[in-house]
Design a protein around this ligand. Structure first.
Ligand SMILES: C[S@@+](CC[C@H](N)C(=O)[O-])C[C@H]1O[C@@H](n2cnc3c(N)ncnc32)[C@H](O)[C@@H]1O
Length: 243
């Protein structure tokens, strides 16, 4: 079906809509955040995306955050640094000990093909681990819980994740089935009042994320932040947060 007969239902907002919500909430205060200079490697967030995610943290002061896809841990650390001391950040990535690395994927492939890109990022994670977390100060590390498990095999009930997280960031495997599985689990794991955020919406490489969210948006209100690959869904009282 072409774009004309199936227009996306996803609402577009400018980044400043989120920043205005922060200004309205913290009037007469400077709202600051701390971020690493972005890595030159592929697979991380832009500064604008980091500012949007941190704005969500400021707006909702989550007691618990969940991240699908730790990778180098830069965003895990962003969450840990810019949240209250008592906030816990749980992040999941594949088990490096049981992952068979490929290491022979060409740059041309991983920069153009979504599956090759995912395999390449898995290789990097399995080889190097979450280096940003490893290098962090002890007080930040103690806020972070790392899980090494295929995210499609998690059991929210058994792992005591049900309704526990006010902020969930979905940025693990980008194939359709993994994004669908992570989203279904996120819906169970999200607190009644919460925000679920996806990365790689409208990515040139990971078109499955866009395809999944365009379908998901026929039944849920999804918002895309322009000039970013972030799309999000507001739950419960946070549906009013941008007003
Ligand atoms: C784009 S990177 C995550 C980037 C990170 N969120 C950040 O902002 O810096 C994707 C990560 O998801 C992991 N991943 C891919 N498939 C996965 C799966 N099925 N379960 C858990 N992690 C997975 C990869 O190993 C990779 O480290």
């Amino acid at each position: 079906m072409n774009q004309q007969s199936n227009p996306s239902r996803i609402t577009e907002i400018r980044p400043k809509v989120v920043f205005q919500a922060v200004e309205n909430r913290f009037q007469d205060q400077n709202s600051e955040f701390t971020v690493n200079i972005p890595s030159s490697a592929i697979g991380g967030l832009t500064l604008l995306e980091s500012a949007i995610l941190t704005s969500f943290v400021k707006l909702i002061t989550p007691t618990a955050i969940f991240e699908f896809g730790t990778y180098m841990g830069a965003t895990t650390l962003l969450f840990a640094r810019n949240s209250p001391t008592s906030t816990s950040v749980v992040t999941i990535d594949i088990d490096p000990d049981t992952t068979v690395t490929q290491n022979d994927i060409s740059e041309a492939d991983y920069l153009s093909d979504g599956d090759a890109n995912d395999e390449h990022l898995k290789d990097i994670f399995a080889t190097n681990g979450a280096i940003y977390i490893d290098r962090a100060e002890a007080e930040l590390k103690q806020k972070i819980i790392r899980i090494h498990q295929d995210s499609t095999s998690i059991d929210p009930q058994q792992q005591k994740f049900m309704k526990r997280f006010q902020l969930i960031f979905i940025d693990g495997g980008h194939d359709f089935n993994t994004v669908k599985s992570d989203t279904e689990n996120a819906l169970k794991m999200a607190a009644d009042d919460g925000i679920i955020v996806w990365h790689d919406f409208r990515s040139q490489i990971h078109d499955d994320v866009t395809r999944f969210l365009d379908g998901f948006a026929t039944e849920h209100e999804i918002i895309h932040v322009q000039n970013t690959m972030l799309a999000f869904m507001l739950l419960g009282k946070y549906k009013e947060i941008l007003i």
